[in-house]
Design a binder for this molecule. Sequence first.
Ligand code: FAD
Length: 297
Amino acid sequence: MYDLIVIGGGAAGMSAGIYAARGNLKTVIYEKTNFGGELAQIIHIANYPGYDGRGDELALKMRQQAEAAGVEFDYGECREVRVSGKVFDLTIDERTVRARSVLIATGNEPRRLEYELDVPVSYCSLCDAPLVKGKNIAVIGGGDSAVQEAIELSHIAKQVTIISRSKLRASPKLQSRALELPNLQIRENNETTKEELEDFEHVFVFIGHLPATKFLPEDVLAADGTVMTGAGVKELSSSLDMLGLDDFARRSDHETLIPGLFAAGDVRFGAVRQVVAAAADGAAAALEIMHYLDATG
Ligand SMILES: Cc1cc2nc3c(=O)[nH]c(=O)nc-3n(C[C@H](O)[C@H](O)[C@H](O)COP(=O)(O)OP(=O)(O)OC[C@H]3O[C@@H](n4cnc5c(N)ncnc54)[C@H](O)[C@@H]3O)c2cc1C
């Protein structure tokens, strides 16, 4: 039985792990793909106080710090969260693991194309850029991420075409940088078909993100799929008294409607979606979890 299971090994989850383990909670973090989450995809992070460098290097430092504090790390996808009294049973791949509290720190997943292509499709340029050396590639999307990633990819690929179904929404500064590149073209207001995309040798997709919350009970989710937490949510709940929440729970900012189930980072409703904010959110959630465990014995 763990005191705390953290689902998701990004900045929020690892920061929560550091605080929880230093607070003497028996803590494990489950991660379904790569520890570091989105942080590990950032080519250069220049807005995290005290650090100016590669995202994957910062992610590794976070993991080492959490391990040194006593956090267990394990790979596995959380598929279901069940609660019975004050105990949580989580399905991680095919296993069941048990804890007194759970932190959802699963962030977002890239929105995927609605159809399969016969050419390779990627959702992370840092991960797959080496595959496109000398190739003719398409980047789908019109926001900051799409244009930023297209600029980075243009240093490796032979030709990059940004395809946006509306006018580009990226910042004017990014757009002018893109326009200066001789091997980068922009097609705006363009609904490209599957067949047209298959003329490229590789397709990168940056068309937004969806919260990674499919495995959670619907009553903890907001309409946009993020996790609702906090006093405001509890005050809105007409069934507050029936749930028997104590005074502490009413004050907790990171707890969901289910006592003992918390959320932090990009997955939380209203998140700022920055690394520094995700790390801070994880820390605050871990402190609330310590109070919760003290209060509930
Ligand atoms: C390309 C890019 C560039 C960015 N640049 C910057 C920047 O310069 N500065 C900045 O501050 N922010 C930047 N961001 C945003 C920043 O990276 C995120 O806000 C932050 O890293 C989110 O951290 P998180 O821990 O909340 O979520 P995530 O980093 O998304 O971590 C969630 C983790 O949970 C895992 N997970 C999901 N579902 C499950 C499950 N069911 N079971 C187990 N594990 C699961 C995921 O695999 C992932 O590792 C950028 C994001 C991207 C994509």
